[in-house]
Design a protein around this ligand. Sequence first.
Ligand code: ATP
Ligand code: MG
Length: 295
Amino acid sequence: MERTTHGSQCLSTVPHGEESTLEFTATQKQRLIELDIEETATRSEYASEKDRDAAFRTLERELVESTRERLTRLQQEKLRPSLRVLEWNLVAWLTGKGFVEVSTPTTLARGMLTKMGIGEGHPLLEQVYWIDRKTCLRPMLAPNLYHLMGHVTRTWSFPVRMFEIGSCFRKESKGSRHLSEFTMLNLVEMGMEGDSQARLEVLAHGIMEVIGLPYRLETEKSEVYGDTTDILADGVEIASGAVGPHPLDANWNIADSWAGLGIGLERVVMLKEGFHNIRRVGRSLMYLDGARLNV
Ligand code: ATP
Ligand code: MG
């Protein structure tokens, strides 16, 4: 967990209107936010410029110190960023359960999105990065996995299990939980015995045991699948799962039952590390393993 200390001369409890108080300057706020202080802490108020600037210097020093500690730990102990370690642990668990790892292209033909029901007028289409008229950067892994499933089931015996880990791209109205490029882990199991929803939940519990965060499952409406089973940690969606048979299956020559789960790995690391902004975890030239580089 990161340190989130407050300046000692903070007067945020002083009633408004009785004394004039000062907030941090815009530049000070920006610096504290890039060092990932909690947003509310930037709204503290101080009696004078001197108090405020002293509080800023203390806060900045503490945050810079913990950032440097984190960078040093990466070189001297960890060697791999938390995101990659999480990936490694999940790969070990999945392959141990008989899931085959696959790697598919990052670019996607428009037709593959159409087969996912993401055509003209679909809200997700607005979030797609187009390379040319017919090719985009994949916003999800599901179409490629659907495609592979349709083929391997001719050869592989049931249950067929596979997963992919890779970048997905979405235009997002910037927030602290969304990246334009993020890492999705998508697993799918097909041709299982018994109820696919029950199996999805077993898989979700297994994955969450590896992740090691308290969580709950919740049914959500999805623009692609109708209903999804989401995994929420600390009230934040970290994964969405769906089951088949499903109306989309016919587009991919699939008729068997399946369970699939897409997990956003940066969201998981953000929550595990107690970060306030997902940008610390994503592919970046400004952060390394969650540590801001300009310190
Ligand atoms: P949200 O509602 O949070 O935008 P979503 O339901 O659109 O997410 P899904 O399509 O269900 O996302 O994708 C599966 C998982 O991928 C999400 O649960 C989340 O963890 C992660 N994810 C989705 N979009 C982003 C993003 N822009 N940046 C980081 N992670 C994301
Ligand atoms: Mg979702």
